[in-house]
Design a protein around this ligand. Structure first.
Ligand SMILES: [Zn+2]
Length: 462
């Protein structure tokens, strides 16, 4: 791995770092030797937990999608390796999991071979094929109710396939439905493929502004040593806070993410706490919006490595830049900031810091506005390698006991099929008619049909 993706070991402070989306393949290697290599690499990179996704440890029959997925977790020297399972993996989006038990269904029933053939297919058969697998929605609901936590992967990702240039959707179209139906705690990837993926971040900000609590997660979606550094194991990662009395385990990490106790990083680290809170006071905390004086204390640590420094600290409130502090003057590996708050409204705060080199454009700080401009022009100046970190939100609520919108009943056991007409504009790329310059990975909030889904659920409940 190149130097730019070194990370700290913060486990002594309760922050256990992991990578939940990795596709290391056994690929004929001796499984025991490969497990040792993975454990060694994790330890060298200060990575404590790892979720492996297919094709890891699958037999040929499993790869042929005929048998249930089998996986043996292992641990060694403060490194734990679990099943992440990028499943379901369909036109409706991809999902990886925390605390996932063995997957009881064959892969074929949770993937979408019809549309994968269509992407690469013959123009004589250009109509979108119908979805044929098991209901991704039913899988997600069942696994979540069994105690697993879905993490919505690369949520605005798409590309145009060769040779037909068909629109290949990786949009997380089930994410708004999962939020509206209140199936369980929400977690989504806000850092992945690019260290500063403002389109994931703007989708996250819209969901937070709709009143939901959504934990920030990172992913590499790569392998041990990928061609680009940011796809390598642990380059982009999630830090999860565990109480000192709680040992590292899949359930402990799942529960901490469910409470939003996370931050994501490509190198820097953020100590951020809220004063006058009893007990845990870091990201994910929910406090009364009672106007009381509280101080948001931020200590931003530059990534490990020679001559690293923090270049910007940004605090967002309800999706807008509240404070932007450029860090000029003598380079400092640690930069601090305190913000006095007297919050009286339902609100959320996210802290974002940049190390080197900082964003290519100052316009990037206003994430929602810059994403809108990039959609219109096709600019991708935010993309690539960068040193950046983001906290999960700190929440203020006028009613702390009921912080999120009430769940709306989703009456369909296979809601994705019932709602295909509502999800299709997103996964078919129909929204691109309004955004002809949009580049791969860029998708507007409107593509996720949040308002249309809310209306459909309200109608179905009548
Ligand atoms: Zn993947």
């Amino acid at each position: 791995m190149r130097m730019q993706y070194q990370h700290y070991d913060r486990s002594a402070q309760g922050w256990w770092s992991g990578d939940g989306h990795q596709h290391i393949s056994a690929n004929g290697a001796n499984p025991a030797a490969l497990r040792t290599e993975i454990t060694d690499v994790c330890r060298a990179r200060h990575l404590h937990w790892l979720c492996l996704c297919q094709p890891w440890c699958l037999s040929q029959a499993q790869l042929a999608l005929r048998e249930p997925l089998a996986f043996e977790p292992w641990q060694a020297d403060n490194v734990q390796v679990w099943l992440g399972g990028e499943l379901p993996k369909t036109r409706y989006g991809h999902t990886w999991w925390l605390n996932l038990p063995d997957v009881p269904l064959p892969l074929a029933q949770m993937s979408d071979p019809a549309i994968e053939a269509w992407y690469a297919g013959n123009p004589m058969h250009a109509a979108l094929p119908a979805y044929q697998g098991a209901s991704p929605w039913a899988c997600m609901v069942a696994w979540a109710r069994a105690g697993a936590l879905p993490v919505f992967a690369h949520p605005t990702s798409w590309w145009a396939s060769a040779p037909q240039h068909r629109f290949v959707s990786n949009l997380a179209t089930l994410l708004p439905l999962y939020a509206l139906a209140g199936i369980g705690p929400l977690a989504m990837v806000v850092m992945g493929y690019d260290a500063d993926q403002i389109f994931y971040q703007q989708l996250w900000f819209h969901l937070l502004n709709a009143g939901y609590r959504v934990a920030a997660m990172a992913e590499t979606d790569g392998t041990l040593q990928a061609g680009r550094a940011r796809f390598c194991l642990g380059a982009l990662r999630s830090y999860v806070w565990l109480d000192p009395a709680t040992p590292l385990s899949p359930k402990a990490v799942r529960d901490a993410v469910a409470q939003g106790r996370t931050l994501v990083s490509s190198g820097p680290f953020i100590d951020a706490t809220l004063s006058h809170v009893a007990g845990y006071n870091g990201p994910g905390v929910v406090v009364p919006a009672d106007g009381a004086r509280r101080i948001l204390r931020i200590r931003a640590h530059a990534a490990p490595g020679h001559a690293q420094r923090i270049t910007h600290i940004v605090v967002y409130r309800n999706g807008q830049v509240l404070v932007h502090q450029p860090c000029t003057g003598a380079p400092q590996p640690i930069q601090s900031m305190e913000l006095v708050l007297h919050e009286t409204e339902n609100s959320w705060y996210v802290v974002k810091v940049y190390g080197m080199p900082g964003p290519a454009s100052a316009a990037t700080f206003d994430i929602i506005a810059h994403a809108h401009d990039c959609l219109a022009t096709g600019a991708t100046d935010y993309a690539g390698d960068n040193h950046v970190a983001l906290t999960s939100p700190f929440y203020f609520r006028t009613e702390v006991t009921r912080p999120d919108p009430a769940p709306m009943p989703a009456p369909w056991p296979d809601a994705d099929r019932q709602l295909d007409a509502l999800l299709r504009p997103g996964y078919s790329g129909a929204w691109r008619a309004h955004w002809p310059n949009a580049q791969p990975g860029q998708a507007p909030w409107a593509a996720f049909a949040f308002e249309e889904l809310r209306e459909a659920l309200a109608q179905a409940a009548k």
